[in-house]
Design a protein around this ligand. Structure first.
Ligand SMILES: [Zn+2]
Length: 198
């Protein structure tokens, strides 16, 4: 009987750990609960498009696209160190910040245009001054600008924003939404909140 019970218990444990594995534990959410909204533009728009099927069914969208006027400042969601600052054909100009607690944030498709949609920009239009590989950044610091570089060329300008823990991407829609609400309150009703958003 006892053996059977322990089997049931172990089975229950395995099942619950399987169910809860994709969720974030308390320690994780502590970091995510204090993040700064990644785009400094009140007219930003996003929805929970994490996990959408893209590329004619070929890939899963492991990020959230935040649409905003081209050139809007993109800011670091938390303190950290620039882990990647680069260009690729598909991502265009992109930046990753290592928050040195297992978390990494990624900002993709930064601005590569000078006028309209000319793709004549470069590192200067994509990245903010003083941003370099290995450099330290603080929460709310401008790191780059919204655009449509890479395979986003000609789409509505947006930053593909992604948060990874130990290399694995998570749907952080709820946390982005909360950070947006703090940002909106700060912009629309700018009383001292006791928190430094920008
Ligand atoms: Zn995206």
């Amino acid at each position: 009987m006892l053996k059977r019970l322990s089997f049931v218990f172990i089975g229950f444990f395995i099942l619950t750990s399987m169910i809860y594995q994709p969720n974030l534990n308390a320690k994780h959410s502590e970091f995510l609960e204090s993040i700064v909204f990644p785009v400094k533009n009140i007219m930003s728009h996003f929805y929970d498009d994490w996990g959408e099927i893209r590329g004619n069914g070929k890939r899963i969208h492991e990020g959230i696209d935040i649409r905003a006027q081209k050139g809007s400042p993109i800011v670091a969601i938390a303190d950290g160190r620039i882990n990647t600052i680069s260009y690729s054909e598909s991502s265009g100009y992109y930046i990753a910040i290592d928050h040195q607690n297992g978390w990494l944030s990624l900002y993709v498709h930064l601005d590569d245009d000078i006028n309209g949609n000319d793709n004549l920009g470069g590192r200067d239009t994509a990245f903010a001054d003083g941003i370099y590989l290995g450099g330290e950044v603080v929460a709310g610091q401008t790191i780059g600008y919204v655009g449509d570089s890479g395979n986003a060329d000609g789409t509505v300008p947006h930053v593909h924003f992604e948060v990874r823990y130990m290399g694995k991407s998570y749907d952080v829609y709820d946390y982005i939404k909360s950070s947006w609400e703090r940002f909106e309150r700060f912009i629309k009703f700018p009383k001292k909140l006791g928190i430094n958003l920008f």
